[in-house]
Write a protein that binds this ligand. Structure first.
Ligand code: HEM
Length: 144
């Protein structure tokens, strides 16, 4: 954290922060990808349960996380934009049509492409895989 009092822009009750301090704390993919992975997991199992409104909701939230990644780390726009506009769009279209078969094909292709984008972005160690069980923290079935 910078100390310079003349740069002080804000106080959180404990310390003073410059705008640069605050900018440095904005989350990038290292933090947001965990949440993206969890939402991506929910999108699959919600769709499998034909809980299409939940799948649609999780897609929207995931898109917003990618938008934040692209603001805080613009170097990833070149891969995240095509991923959103092609891969995620195909998944979203299948969800809107309530088309499980179409969804499955689009989802697995998008997952493969995401891992290819990890390689392109020089993160070859990151290979996301769909957990074999539904997320334990939320009901995937449509609520009555
Ligand atoms: C649904 C699609 C995706 C999923 C589920 C996913 C999931 C993940 C996960 C789980 C991590 C590792 C987080 C950690 O433990 O450190 C990660 C890292 C990362 N992902 Fe993705 N990802 C997706 C799409 C993408 C795309 C399209 C890009 C575009 C380049 C991307 C770029 C990155 C980068 C740069 C990191 C490394 C962050 C860092 O440590 O600095 N991801 N991703």
């Amino acid at each position: 954290m910078s100390e310079a009092k003349d740069k002080v822009q804000g106080y959180n009750g404990h310390a003073y922060f410059s705008i640069d301090d605050i900018a440095a704390m904005l989350p990038g993919p290292a933090r947001l990808m965990h949440e993206i992975g969890t939402r991506w997991w929910k999108i699959y199992y919600a769709s499998q349960e034909t809980n299409w409104p939940l799948a649609e909701y999780e897609i929207k939230e995931m898109e917003e996380l990618f938008e934040i990644c692209m603001v805080t780390r613009p170097k990833y726009v070149q891969w995240m934009e095509p991923f959103l506009h092609q891969d995620v769009k195909a998944v979203k279209d299948a969800v809107k049509k309530k088309d499980w078969k179409g969804f499955e094909a689009a989802y697995h292709l998008a997952t493969k492409n995401a891992n290819d984008y990890h390689k392109a972005a020089n993160k070859p160690l990151i290979h996301w895989k769909l957990p074999a069980m539904p997320p334990p923290d939320m009901e995937m079935k449509p609520l009555a």
